[in-house]
Write a protein that binds this ligand. Structure first.
Ligand SMILES: NC(=O)c1ccc[n+]([C@@H]2O[C@H](COP(=O)([O-])OP(=O)(O)OC[C@H]3O[C@@H](n4cnc5c(N)ncnc54)[C@H](O)[C@@H]3O)[C@@H](O)[C@H]2O)c1
Ligand SMILES: [Zn+2]
Ligand SMILES: [Zn+2]
Length: 368
C-alpha cells in the first residue's frame, strides 16, 4: 500500500514527508494505523547524523500509538481494532533476558532491529523498489507501519492516543526508573536531575512510590513548575554547587535515590556524588554523547553508593506499558502538561525546531 511517511533521506537535512510503499505484514508482524506519535530527541539525534549507528534512508519515529489494522500469520496477542503502543524495546517473553526479572533488554530481535530490518532480515518499507529501513523497529512518523507483534503493547481502548504515545518512550523511562530500576522506598529523599519528559516521569514515579522528599533540579523555571505539578517538593536551579546543597540539606549524607535525566556527563557525576553514603543509589537514564565518559571517584563507591543505568525504565513493555497507561487513566499520572504542541505529520520538522528551542515538553503528531 501507499503511505505517507517522514523519510530521513540524508543526515543533517530536514525530513522529507512523502509517499512510500508499505508491504503486507508477514508472519509474526502487524500492520498498525498510527493515531499519534511524539517527537523525541532520539529522532532528532539520528537525523542530525551525530549517532554513529544511524542509517538512511529510513522512516523515523518511535513514540507511536495506533490501531491494529491487520495481523500476519501466527499473531495471537493483538487483533484488529486494538489500541497499541509501539515498543522500541520489545518483549518476546521467551529469551533468557525476558525470562529474568532482572532486565527488560529482550534479545530476540536486537541485531536485525539495529540494522533497520524487521526480524526476518528484510524491510516492508520501500520506494521505487529500493528498500527503506525501519528506525528502532518502529518507524512511526507515518500513517501506517508494520511492526513485530513482540514490539506492541496492547493498552486500554479508553486511553487517548496522544496521551498513550508518550508511554512509548520518555514517560515510561522516567516512571520506570523510579518504580522498577531504583524501586524507591516510601519516605525516602530523592533528587531528580533534569525536568524534561524523562525527569518529569521520574518525579511522578518517586511520588507514586511515596517518597518523602522529591527535589527536582533543572535550568528552566518553566520546567521546574511542571515538576511541582508532578509532585516535586523542592525545585532548584542547577549549577556547580548542587552536590553541596544536597549534602547540606541531608545532614551531610546525601539523597537515598538520585536520578539523572539530562544526558550530560557532568550532571551524571553530580548525581553520583549527591547519592547518600552507605546506600544511596544513582540511576542514570540520560544518554551521553558519543565517546563521552563518566568520571567517578572510586571512594564514592567504596563508601556504599551504587550506580546503575536504566534503559526504557527497566519496563518490560508488553506487560508493563498497559499498567503504566492505566495509572494515567486512573488519574494517578497527569499526562496533559506534557503535550505541549499538536502538529500534523507534514509539520514534523517544526517539531524538531520546537524541541531545539526547548519549547514545551513534547510535540505530538496527530494523524487524521
Ligand atoms: N534510558 C532511556 O531509555 C532513555 C529514553 C528516552 C530518553 N533518554 C535520554 O534521557 C535524557 C533526557 O531526555 P528528555 O527527553 O527528558 O530530554 P530534555 O532535553 O527534554 O530534558 C533534559 C533537561 O535537562 C536539563 N538540564 C540541562 N543541564 C542541566 C543541569 N546542569 N542541571 C540540571 N538540569 C539540566 C534541561 O534544562 C532539560 O530540561 C536524554 O539524554 C535522552 O536521550 C533515555
Ligand atoms: Zn524517545
Ligand atoms: Zn526476549
Amino acid at each position: 500500500m501507499k503511505i505517507r511517511a517522514a523519510v530521513l533521506e540524508q543526515f543533517g537535512q530536514p525530513l522529507n514527508v512523502t509517499e512510500v510503499d508499505l508491504a503486507e505484514p508477514r508472519a509474526g508482524e502487524v500492520l498498525v494505523r498510527l493515531r499519534a506519535c511524539g517527537v523525541c530527541h532520539t529522532d532528532m539525534y539520528t537525523a542530525s547524523g551525530a549517532d554513529p549507528s544511524g542509517y538512511a534512508p529510513t522512516v523515523l519515529g518511535h513514540e507511536g500509538a495506533g490501531i491494529v489494522e491487520k495481523t500476519g500469520e501466527g499473531v495471537t496477542s493483538v487483533s484488529p481494532g486494538d489500541l497499541v503502543v509501539t515498543l522500541f524495546s520489545p518483549q518476546c517473553r521467551e529469551c533468557e533476558h525476558c525470562r529474568s526479572p532482572k532486565t527488560n533488554l529482550c534479545l530476540a530481535i536486537r541485531e536485525q532491529q539495529n540494522l533497520g530490518h524487521l526480524p526476518d532480515g528484510t524491510t516492508r518499507l520501500s520506494r521505487d523498489g529500493d528498500s527503506i529501513r525501519h528506525f528502532m523497529g518502529t518507524s512511526t512518523f507515518a500513517d501506517y507501519t508494520v511492526m513485530p507483534e513482540i514490539a506492541l503493547a496492547k493498552v486500554s481502548p479508553e486511553a487517548e492516543p496522544d496521551h498513550a504515545c508518550l508511554f512509548a518512550c520518555g514517560l515510561s523511562t522516567g516512571l520506570g526508573a523510579a518504580i522498577n530500576t531504583a524501586k524507591v522506598e516510601a519516605g525516602s529523599t530523592c533528587v531528580v536531575f533534569g525536568a524534561g519528559m524523562v525527569g518529569l516521569g521520574a518525579v511522578a514515579g518517586c511520588r507514586l512510590q511515596q517518597a518523602g522528599r522529591i527535589i527536582c533540579v533543572d535550568l528552566s523555571e518553566d520546567r521546574l513548575e511542571l515538576a511541582r505539578g508532578q509532585g516535586a517538593t523542592d525545585t532548584w536551579i542547577g549549577g556547580p554547587d548542587i552536590v553541596e546543597r544536597v549534602l547540606e540539606e541531608t545532614r551531610g549524607f546525601g539523597a537515598d535515590y538520585t536520578f539523572e535525566a539530562t544526558g550530560l556527563v557532568q550532571v551524571m557525576r553530580q548525581a553520583v556524588e549527591s547519592a547518600r553514603m552507605g546506600w544511596g543509589l544513582c540511576t542514570i537514564a540520560g544518554v551521553a554523547g558519543k565517546g563521552e565518559t563518566l568520571d567517578v571517584v572510586p571512594r564514592y563507591l567504596i563508601t556504599g553508593r551504587r550506580v546503575c543505568g536504566s534503559s526504557f525504565g527497566g519496563v518490560k513493555g508488553r506487560d508493563q506499558v498497559p499498567e503504566l497507561v492505566q495509572l494515567y487513566l486512573d488519574g494517578k499520572v497527569d499526562v496533559d502538561p506534557f503535550i505541549s504542541h499538536r502538529i500534523a505529520l507534514d509539520e514534523v520538522n517544526r517539531g524538531f525546531e520546537l524541541m531545539e528551542r526547548q519549547d514545551g515538553i513534547r510535540s505530538v503528531i496527530a494523524f487524521d
